[in-house]
Design a protein around this ligand. Structure first.
Ligand SMILES: Cc1cc2nc3c(=O)[nH]c(=O)nc-3n(C[C@H](O)[C@H](O)[C@H](O)COP(=O)(O)O)c2cc1C
Length: 204
């Protein structure tokens, strides 16, 4: 199986890139393939333009960069998003990628009767957010719950994609940030475990 690992961080030496790299190693070690989509290095433009509005209104085909992103998600069995928490959510670069790529007609269909047809039911999604604040801060204000509502449910459930992993990696008193790579490697190793179990023939 194949994973598309999307990273949204401008610094290749960041903790976020390290997490994405270790997650990819875990995927490879379990016999699967991956592609890393480094949105900053690739120069993805997150600005929602008139061409994107035309696509949303079903008046024009997708711009070339949007079609290319949709095609590489179509080639993947799993989509992984690895990103730093910025202002208790995802960075603008990644939000713009979702705004533009998860378009009407590809991620979902809005019928003339107003009903939504979810078009990404085949896709599994894994979310790995890397935060700088500690867990007590997240718990006190319900920030991670808010992220799950907005991202896991608000975006991916809306399109029918199944969120398999939704992790928040933060520095804790008991957890040095350097252990993040180990957690990421384990997420990568387990990425396709549930699908493998479903596909395995029943024991005689
Ligand atoms: C603009 C900006 C906003 C941030 N906002 C948050 C935040 O709301 N919550 C949080 O836990 N960390 C926040 N951080 C810290 C990042 O999540 C931190 O960079 C993260 O631990 C990832 O490390 P890395 O940048 O080395 O990948 C923010 C950092 C920046 C630059």
């Amino acid at each position: 199986m194949h994973a598309l690992i999307v990273v949204a961080h401008p610094d290749p030496n960041s903790l976020t890139h390290s997490v994405a790299g270790h997650l990819a190693e875990g995927v490879a070690s379990s016999g699967h393939t991956f592609e890393i989509a480094d949105l900053a290095a690739e120069g993805f433009d997150p600005r929602f333009t008139a061409a994107d509005v035309a696509l949303f209104r079903r008046e024009a085909p997708p711009p070339g960069d949007v079609a290319a992103e949709q095609a590489r998600i179509d080639r993947a069995d799993a989509l992984v998003l690895a990103y730093p928490v910025y202002w208790w959510s995802m960075p603008g670069l990644l939000k713009g990628w979702i705004d533009r790529v998860f378009a009407n007609g590809w991620a979902y269909d809005e019928g003339s009767d107003g009903k939504i047809v979810k078009k990404l039911r085949h896709l599994q999604v894994h979310l790995v957010a890397i935060g700088g604040a500690d867990l007590r801060t997240y718990a006190r204000h319900g920030y991670f719950g808010a992220m799950r509502t907005q991202i896991d449910h608000g975006i991916f459930d809306y399109c029918g994609a199944r969120v398999g992993t939704s992790e928040l990696l933060v520095p804790a008193e008991t957890q040095d940030p350097r252990s993040h790579p180990d957690a990421a490697y384990a997420i990568g190793c387990n990425l396709f475990k549930a699908s493998e179990r479903r596909e395995a023939p029943e024991a005689a």
